[in-house]
Write a protein that binds this ligand. Structure first.
Ligand SMILES: Cc1cc2nc3c(=O)[nH]c(=O)nc-3n(C[C@H](O)[C@H](O)[C@H](O)COP(=O)(O)O)c2cc1C
Length: 285
């Protein structure tokens, strides 16, 4: 199985061995200008997942390309660079200076309208700016994932990544928001059914490769995403608690595949979707 980390959930330069246990490393989102990120508190635990409001802290495009990227290349792991911005032009300008990497457009940045047309507009401009592999990462807040997926495909993306975090709030005992900003991105186990639904809807709308993520902690979770139509799987929040998760999840997935009579992840691809389709067909009869 092609296994990646979710953007922002692994620092490959401080944990190179974890990065090398993946098939590719995905960077934290890079924006044109440097960003210090939000005031603390930026992370809070909740009952079923984690809230974060990091605020896209990153050194900015120029420092990233000149200093961070060469160090990442020396790790010997294929690289995906997550690109963010506040307008389609900003995204495209970063895409234009990146070479020999897969680009993942973070279309869930704050202040970027997530309507299908605007996501598609960003992808269209980035497609003109680069001939390299271009993935679009979408928000689970999308009101119609099938339509979003079709619009992104028509705009020229080579693949989809899903899902980013859901917006959430946690309160402390005194009823104050646990995060300084109030709301943050909700990740972890609670996202699993959301991710399965998003992948299923996108898979029914398009044949594009899909990088699936959202609360994956075990091989069983990865298998479920593959059964709903994921081509690749990414690990996010789990990496904070268990840096050995990539190796463990691979082993668990192999055992799950065998237990279900599948010889490879490709055999399990869309297995859940097929049974939904047959249910619909039997209803029509
Ligand atoms: C601390 C933290 C930072 C994140 N930073 C980014 C980011 O910079 N860019 C991005 O596209 N997604 C970011 N994400 C979202 C993850 O890449 C992923 O889409 C999300 O957490 C769902 O997967 P998970 O439930 O396995 O964590 C971040 C998530 C967390 C928890």
């Amino acid at each position: 199985m092609y296994l990646l980390n979710a953007s922002g959930c692994l620092d490959a330069l401080t944990a190179p061995e974890v990065a090398r246990s993946l098939d590719a490393f995905v960077t934290k989102t890079v924006t044109p200008e440097p960003r210090g990120g939000n005031e603390p508190v930026r992370i809070a635990e909740t009952e079923f997942g984690m809230l974060n409001a990091i605020g896209l802290a990153n050194p900015g495009r120029d420092v990233f390309v000149a200093e961070t990227l060469p160090r990442l290349r020396s790790l010997g792991v294929p690289l995906w660079v997550s690109v963010g911005g506040f307008s389609a032009e900003e995204y495209a300008a970063t895409c234009a200076v990146l070479e020999d990497v897969t680009i993942e457009l973070n279309l869930s940045c704050p202040n970027v309208d997530e309507a299908p047309e605007s996501a598609a507009e960003i992808v269209r401009m980035c497609r003109e700016a680069t001939a390299g592999p271009l993935f679009a990462k979408v928000s689970p807040h999308s009101w119609d994932m099938g339509e979003t997926a079709r619009a992104i495909e028509a705009a020229g993306a080579d693949g989809l990544s899903m899902v980013n975090t859901l917006r959430g709030v946690a309160l402390d005992v005194a009823l104050r928001p646990a995060l300084a900003r109030g709301a943050g991105g909700y990740s972890g186990p609670a996202l699993r059914p959301v991710a399965l639904a998003a992948v299923m809807a996108a898979r029914r709308a398009t044949d594009l490769p899909i990088v699936a993520m959202g609360g994956v902690e075990t091989g069983r979770h990865a298998l479920e995403l593959i059964a709903c139509g994921a081509t690749y799987v990414a690990l996010g929040t789990v990496l904070f608690a268990d840096p050995d998760a990539p190796t463990r999840v691979r082993g668990e997935l192999d055992r799950e595949l065998t237990a279900h009579g599948f010889e490879s992840p490709e055999d399990a691809f869309c297995a859940a979707l097929k049974s939904v389709a047959s249910l619909e067909n039997s209803r029509k009869r």
